[in-house]
Design a protein around this ligand. Sequence first.
Ligand code: DQA
Length: 148
Amino acid sequence: MKIMVINGPNLNMLGIREPAHYGRETYQDLIQKIENHAKTLGVEVTCLQSNHEGDLVDFIQSAYGQYDGIVINPGAYTHTSIAILDAAKSVGVPLVEIHISKVEEREDFRQVSYIRLAAMTTITGHGTQGYLEAMDILYDHLKGGVQA
Ligand code: DQA
């Protein structure tokens, strides 16, 4: 089983950016945590990050036929990007949306999520632990799919 974890703009600044919202863990800490969890689950994981919308579209497209699931935190592009939504709909790979902060309790402009329209489910406000929960959801879904 292969899972792609995609992080969008400014998530490379974890640990530095707005710790009240995003905590003190760095992006490297997050990747380590995700890789350890992948080992525990026995899945292959690839972690990708970009500050550029088109790169995120390319990452999603590259998952087609190659990955079983996608975990994505599109950062601010969550609230603006129809292109990222279209990419997710194009490939049809099971996808879980994750946000570190509790976006529903923040500004009005964060209340729209385009990617949500292509997501199995959305996790918000669980900090970086949310990525691991997203992996668990995909794992259970994909395992169930294999057994059915
Ligand atoms: C975020 C929430 C977004 O609104 C914000 O633009 C981010 C991070 C989160 O993880 O909580 O960059 O996706």
